[in-house]
Design a protein around this ligand. Structure first.
Ligand SMILES: [Zn+2]
Length: 97
């Protein structure tokens, strides 16, 4: 006979609160809401975005275009320029033929 093995929930389960349990406490909820509303700097474009919107922001065009827009536009422009120069050279050669 063992008195230690009581029926019912094991101690570890009763001791552990779920997120829902915490969320029922107004104090925790307020802290959590403040945490979500807190503005943080986007590591990709440097904009200040609320934590709750950060994931959506990072996938949005607002962030992505700003992040790689400059590099890609520069790259595109230089490629276009090279294309134009090649086209001019090609025209010159074709005229000579
Ligand atoms: Zn961003």
């Amino acid at each position: 006979m063992s008195l230690q093995n009581k029926p019912g929930r094991p101690k570890s389960v009763t001791a552990r609160k779920t997120f829902k349990d915490y969320y029922c406490e107004p104090e925790f909820r307020e802290k959590h809401m403040n945490y979500l509303k807190e503005k943080i700097c986007c590591e990709q474009c440097g904009k200040n975005i609320t934590r709750v919107n950060m994931n959506r922001h990072k996938q949005s065009k607002m962030c992505v275009t700003k992040q790689c827009g400059t590099n890609k536009t520069d790259e595109m422009n230089s490629l276009k320029e090279q294309c134009n120069l090649l086209q001019i050279e090609l025209n010159k050669i074709l005229k000579k033929l």
